[in-house]
Design a protein around this ligand. Structure first.
Ligand code: ADP
Length: 589
């Protein structure tokens, strides 16, 4: 019964109730008819007995006359007539010899009549051996009961009439039942159908489809339509609420996933509550699945996280930790307990900052400061040494003095070169950081020719010839001063490290979508093992030689920086067997 559809609960119940009603009705009708017949026959019999009573009273004295009258009376009244005295003894009977009949004192109807009432009973006659309706009336003389007159009516007739009636009622009941089977079917469907439709809509809502409109075909009760309206209303409200929640969740997810900082929140038991993409990336977790509810150590194998979680939990306050991950990333962790609005601790929140680059920069900066100090100290020590010698030794020969002053001048020039290059580097860095570099559409001629002009004097001194091949048609977006500086540095190196009486080739050609600037010399070249570090600050292949030539060790790093500012790159040709070939690649405009 519990899980049956409403229709199957309703329809059989209605049928049972209907059939019960029909049966009860037929039973009741049968009973009522029986009562009615008994009453009616009883009344008729009583009437007959009352009519016969004066005749019986008058013939009471003569027994023979009485018996004859009895037979006649029975025939006239179409009934069996029995006359009983107050002792119950049968005086005469229209059907039987009174001597053969037993005393009737104990018969119910006789007892009643002897009490002065109307005696009535239905029972089986021993004499006639069939059920009879007995009616007995007291016969009075001078207000004294002197005898009882009894009439009887065969019950078969009544029973027959009742059976016929029952049959008719039964047939009517069957026809009624057949009609009611269909009426109940229609009624059950009418009640269950709208509920079934609403159930299917409710199931859709349970599946998350709130954007529904319950439509009920046909005529239904006002309550059913009100229920449908309420469902539509509920669906609309839930739809709006759901969309609002989804929107809020998406916004929150978008914020979390676009954060560069890793975010990880944990329940009080250490299981994962929330996380973002950044934290998975930091810990090198490539599987993206639903980690909600998973234990922390199952997802993040690093045991330090569990320790930090414990620490936050125990101290119950904000903590800051720095850890180095297995992939060498340095991560700073800010951890804090999460409180509910009722000030109960719900869990832990950890925010992860990837400070690898920061730490690298710090270490580069320290390295750079150490390098700068070292590079500056060498010429300064030399200058200081020779000046002290010149000051202390008064009798230095003029040619020696001249030589010392020459050395001082050379170191001062180098010192100047280092300081100028440092200033240049910091200026470029500063300008690129604050986006203060002026870019224009340029052709290669506009910055290569001035660069050649700057280096011409040095080239002439070493009888170095320039071989120039520039495609002036190609345009790039660049800063001509910076690009001129980069070209000066490369051409200057080519002259500096190239032998006298050789050639330096300078070309600017298009390659794919880039402008390729090349400076090639016929010098000693650079062994390949140095190529990777060549563009680092203060890196030098041959320290003594480059110092001797007055190099700052910053020229190529300036070139690299300028190339990067132009979204390009710098390099050295590995395949070169003799001489060096440096190139800068800058995207065409
Ligand atoms: P420097 O001021 O010392 O020349 P650079 O940064 O310009 O510094 O160059 C770095 C190092 O690369 C130099 O010390 C030198 O050893 C090497 N180098 C650069 N250009 C050439 C070249 N054309 N031929 C040979 N070696 C070169």
């Amino acid at each position: 019964m519990k899980n049956k559809p409403l229709f199957w609960q309703l329809y059989p119940s209605l049928l049972i109730v209907t059939f019960l009603e029909i049966f009860v009705l037929i039973g009741f009708a049968r009973h009522s008819f029986r009562d009615f017949y008994l009453e009616d026959q009883g009344a008729q019999l009583e009437e007959k007995l009352n009519l016969l009573s004066p005749l019986v009273l008058s013939s009471l004295q003569d027994k023979r006359f009485l018996q004859r009258n009895c037979l006649e009376m029975g025939e006239i009244a179409h009934t069996r007539i029995t006359l009983v005295n107050i002792n119950g003894q049968v005086l005469c009977d229209s059907k039987t010899n009174p001597q053969e009949m037993k005393n009737q004192k104990n018969s119910h109807e006789i007892k009643m009549a002897l009490q002065g009432l109307l005696g009535k009973s239905v029972r089986r006659s021993l004499v006639l051996d069939r059920p009879l309706l007995y009616i007995a009336i007291p016969l009075k003389k001078n207000n004294q009961i002197i005898a009882v007159l009894r009439g009887s009516f065969p019950m078969e007739k009544i029973e027959q009439a009742i059976e016929t009636l029952t049959l008719k009622f039964g047939l009517t009941g069957v026809i009624l039942a057949i009609i009611l089977i269909f009426v109940n079917l229609w009624l059950s469907r009418k009640i269950s159908y709208p509920l079934e439709i609403m159930k299917s809509y409710a199931q859709k809502m349970a599946m998350g489809d709130f954007n529904i409109k319950v439509e009920l075909p046909g005529n239904h009760s006002r309550e059913v339509f009100q229920l449908a309206d309420s469902m539509n209303d509920l669906g609309n409200k839930l739809d709006k609420q759901f969309n609002k929640i989804v929107k809020q969740r998406n916004e929150r997810e978008a914020v979390f996933s676009s954060m560069r900082e890793g975010v990880l929140s944990l329940y009080i038991d250490g299981n994962i509550m929330h996380w973002n993409k950044a934290v998975l990336e930091m810990f090198g977790i490539s599987i993206h699945k639903d980690f909600k509810g998973s234990p922390l150590r199952d997802v993040f194998s690093n045991p330090i996280l569990e320790e930090i979680r414990q620490k936050i939990h125990n101290k119950n306050q904000f903590i800051e930790e720095e850890i180095t991950l297995t992939n060498n990333r340095i991560v700073q962790i800010h951890g804090t307990p999460i409180y509910s609005s009722a000030n109960e601790i719900l869990g832990t929140l950890m925010v992860f900052y990837d400070i690898t680059r920061l730490r690298q920069l710090e270490s580069h900066r320290k390295q750079f400061v150490a390098n700068v100090s070292h590079e500056l100290r060498t010429p300064l020590t030399a200058i200081q040494g020779f000046i002290e010698t010149l000051l202390d030794e008064e009798n230095i020969e003029p040619p020696m003095r001249q030589k010392f002053l020459g050395i001082v001048s050379k170191h001062a020039t180098r010192l100047n070169a280092i300081i100028e290059d440092l200033l240049m580097l910091s200026k470029i860095e500063q300008e690129s950081e604050i986006d203060d570099i002026n870019f224009q559409i340029l052709s290669a001629n506009s910055f290569i020719l001035p660069a050649i002009e700057v280096c011409e004097k040095k080239a002439l001194d070493k009888n170095i010839e320039f071989k120039i091949d520039i495609d002036g048609e190609i345009k790039i977006l660049g800063n001509s001063n910076l690009l001129e500086q980069a070209m000066v540095n490369l051409i200057d190196n080519a002259i500096k490290y190239g032998p006298a009486d050789t050639q330096v080739k300078i070309s600017a050609q298009g390659r794919d979508n880039n402008l390729l600037l090349i400076v090639e010399d016929q010098g000693p070249g650079i062994p390949e093992k140095h190529h990777q570090r060549l563009f680092e600050r203060f890196y030098s292949v041959d320290k003594a030689r480059s110092r001797n030539l007055g190099g700052s060790g910053l020229g190529l790093s300036i070139v690299k920086h300028i190339a990067l500012i132009h979204k390009g790159q710098v390099g050295i040709n590995h395949a070169k067997s003799q001489g060096s070939l440096f190139f800068i690649e800058i995207p065409k405009a």
